[in-house]
Design a protein around this ligand. Sequence first.
Ligand code: B1M
Length: 234
Amino acid sequence: MSDEEDDIILSELDDDELVQQMFDDLYDGLKEEIEEGVNILLERGWQPYDILTKALVGGMTIVGKDFRDGILFVPEVLLAANAMKGGMAILKPLLAETGAPTIGKMVIGTVKGDIHDIGKNLVGMMMEGAGFEVVDLGINNPVENYLETAAAEKADIVGMSALLTTTMPYMKVVIDTMVEQGIRDDYIVLVGGAPLNEEFGKAIGADAYCRDAAVAVETAKDFVLRKHNRRAAG
Ligand code: B1M
């Protein structure tokens, strides 16, 4: 870091400058600075969701592009991810603070072979904030983890995340196993992750593909409501 950067006092920047600086700090993997930036934006009255999407996810998008283009490598991206998690940890209780009654339960995990968890964590946080109970399976999950936990927890929703084109087909393995075991209709299956799209979601037999965490929440609410209505009618 240059001397000039050392001198930057985050609290003296205006909102736009601070967000730009947070993009740089995320890029440089500076966790403490990201945490400070998040706290400053909160003090300035920013909504937790806006900080998450505009400052943190926005910064990670830049990291993603340079990772793709071979400008950043795994160690740097890990540091950026760690900084992002520092910011997310501050926002998590605030996003979950809505006090909404529990409207359903979701088991969520990243599929086998895949260790990306930032998007999954974000979805979990937003779902909790919207009043869902969330059981987080973590990363690298084989089919048994999803099915055993969903059964034990009596979950309404099975959520799967994949960030690699090589791991996204594993979602179909999970859904096919559900079909084989005759339990497919017991759960709402939602899938997400950067390389997926709606067509893929349909092709593998998921109930829905969710573009982002906000869409995941809306979709989950919608499906859970329909499930309850079906039960009430039947
Ligand atoms: Co990885 N990586 N990575 N990586 N990594 C990507 C995914 C990649 C696109 C980068 C690139 O080339 N541009 C590329 C995949 C290419 C491909 O498959 N075609 C890639 C690669 C190649 C790899 C490795 C193979 C690199 C290597 O080792 N050579 C390796 C694989 C390891 C493995 O999993 N086996 C690897 C490793 C890593 C790190 C460990 C360094 C780190 C992960 C750290 C962590 O997660 N704890 C990492 C990161 C950080 C990324 C990028 C830069 C950022 C991902 C991220 O966190 N995005 C990523 C580039 C990119 O995606 N642009 C990249 C922010 C997050 C908020 O977005 O996860 O999309 P996202 O989640 C969104 C939505 O997708 C959706 O909602 C979220 C919030 O809005 N969503 C869901 C996600 N899951 C959902 C589940 C749902 C619903 C919605 O269920 C209901």
